[in-house]
Design a protein. Structure first.
Length: 97
C-alpha cells in the first residue's frame, strides 16, 4: 500500500498533445524501428511504466530500448544492449500523436 501511495504522490500528468513535435524520440511518441540485422519493422508507443504492455507494443520509458532511443531522430541508428546481446535498430519514423 505504501508503494502505491508513494507512486501516486510522485505521479505527474503529461499531456502529450501539448508536446511540440520535434522529430526526436521522447515520451509519448510512437517510433518505428527497423532491425538492422533482419530488416524487420516494429512500432512502439513509449509510455509510462504502469501503461507498458508489450503485447500492445506499449514500451515503458524506463526499458533499455526506450532509454537508448530517447533523444534520437529519424534515420539514427541505435545500439541496444539486450539479454541476448547487442541489437542495432534504425529509427525509421517518429510520430507525435
Amino acid at each position: 500500500m505504501q508503494e502505491i501511495e508513494s507512486r501516486l504522490a510522485d505521479a505527474q500528468i503529461i499531456d502529450v498533445t501539448k508536446i511540440a513535435a520535434t522529430g526526436k524520440v521522447i515520451f509519448g511518441v510512437t517510433v518505428t524501428l527497423i532491425d538492422c540485422d533482419t530488416d524487420e519493422t516494429i512500432r512502439y508507443h513509449i509510455v509510462g511504466e504502469d501503461e507498458a504492455d508489450l503485447k500492445k507494443n506499449k514500451l515503458s520509458v524506463m526499458s533499455p530500448i526506450a532509454r537508448a532511443l530517447i533523444g534520437k531522430m529519424e534515420d539514427d541508428v541505435v545500439t541496444v544492449v539486450t539479454p541476448g546481446g547487442e541489437r542495432e535498430y534504425e529509427v525509421s519514423a517518429v510520430e507525435h500523436l
